[in-house]
Ligand binder design. Structure first.
Ligand SMILES: *Cc1c(COP(=O)(O)O)cnc(C)c1O
Length: 388
């Protein structure tokens, strides 16, 4: 037999992975092949917004898989239209391009902004982005990102991005030239360690970009679809961007993403944009199921309450163990670790049956299922308290 069980030698080595092999999951719990259960506060990096194998997700997959899986992006299919309508309705934006990953959605946003610049701004193409920002791993998205570690990786970079510090409106203002077409940022910088853009900054950016005739692009790949207690994080600041991208939670675990735009900005000509799997009915049907769950009456209020509880409990831990601040909104929170021992805590937590994420050595990030229970939050705090 060619394939031996538990042989991962042919898997390309791109990350330090522990020996653990996961086989099943349900809600906030995931089980490895030895039968050990873990409380999961990573959820595939904020992807399984309804928990592991949520009935809404598996139900939509099974039903749609038995009807139609793919009919090519050159034709309409029913879930494609339904998901686009749901996203337009909840966002206040007009047109939706469905993609497969957050990076792909952001590529689409960058391309749309450049196209718009070519049509309406005399060829302006430069996008102002934020230091420490994260927009994905394609070449253009890496170039748009402000991750210090990436500064000299995979040279040459895609030109056309100018970085400024987060929450510094004057710096954005100074960075704008005739060549500028847009400002792009995450409402909360997730990978950087959960650093929120202030509501005033987002509102200031909306006024500034409107006054200067520029597009405002929000990357809500991590913050969208209920993660922060509103359907989209920018709604806390009551700001509507010109372009918004979604990913992660939109599929409840399956790969689907989206790029949304105002009607007047949606200026692609036929043939400019596309992709083999884009808008396929199987993933779009799951996106619809997730959107329906998250927009049920009371769902987001519960996310706010659970986020409050998690935040309060983390603040309690911080006091008891001399840790730093708690940052974030809703169920996207980080706890600062002054001793910069994030990866050590993550490893010890895993041994103790708890999955956590440290995007940086100095912070732990918490992104449980949006329907995590209070008991599960208390259980996580109990394990972490013991570890610390
Ligand atoms: C995860 C993430 C991306 C990239 O999404 P992929 O699906 O990994 O391509 C982009 N932007 C933000 C803010 C993210 O958190």
């Amino acid at each position: 037999m060619l394939a031996k069980p538990n042989d991962f030698s042919a898997v390309m080595d791109i990350a330090p992975r522990p020996d653990t092999v996961f086989v099943s999951g349900r809600g906030s719990w995931i089980t490895d092949q030895d039968g050990k259960r873990y409380l999961d506060f990573v959820q595939g990096w904020a992807v399984n917004c309804l928990g592991h194998c949520a009935p809404a997700v598996t139900g939509a997959l099974i039903l749609q898989a038995s009807r139609l899986i793919n009919c090519s992006p050159a034709f309409f299919n029913a879930p494609m239209g339904q998901l686009a309508s749901l996203l337009a309705h909840h966002s206040g934006l007009d047109r939706v391009f469905l993609a497969n990953t957050g990076a792909e959605a952001n590529e689409g946003a960058i391309k749309l902004a450049r196209k718009w610049g070519q049509k309406y701004r005399g060829g302006a193409s430069v996008i102002v982005t934020m230091e420490q920002g994260f927009h994905g791993r394609t070449l253009a998205c890496m170039s748009a990102s402000g991750k210090p570690h990436w500064a000299n990786l995979f040279e040459p970079k895609v030109p056309g991005f100018h970085k400024v510090p987060l929450n510094d409106l004057a710096a954005v203002d100074r960075a704008i030239t005739d060549a500028t077409v847009a400002v792009m940022l995450e409402p909360i910088q997730g990978e950087a360690g959960v650093y929120p853009a202030s509501d005033e900054f987002l509102r200031g950016l909306r006024d500034l970009t409107r006054a200067r005739g520029l597009l405002l692009i929000f990357d809500e790949v991590q913050t969208g679809v209920g993660r922060t207690g509103k359907m989209f994080a920018a709604q806390h600041a009551d700001v509507l961007p010109d372009i918004m991208t979604l990913g992660k939670g939109l599929g409840g675990g399956v790969p689907i993403a989206a790029m949304l735009a105002r009607g007047v900005v949606s200026c692609f000509d036929h043939g400019d944009q596309g992709g083999t799997f884009n808008g396929n009915p199987l993933m779009a049907a799951v996106g619809c199921a997730v959107m329906e769950e998250v927009s049920k009456p009371g769902f987001l209020n519960e996310v706010v309450r659970l986020g409050q509880l998690l935040g309060d409990e983390l603040s309690g831990l911080a006091v008891r163990h001399n840790l730093g601040e708690v940052r974030g909104r809703g169920l996207l929170l980080a706890l600062e670790l002054p001793r910069r021992n994030g990866s050590e805590i993550v490893e010890r937590a895993r041994a103790a049956g708890l999955l956590l994420n440290a995007p940086r050595p100095d912070s732990l990030r918490f992104m449980p299922a949006l329907n995590v229970s209070k008991d599960e939050i208390w259980e996580m705090i109990r394990i972490l308290d013991h570890l610390l």
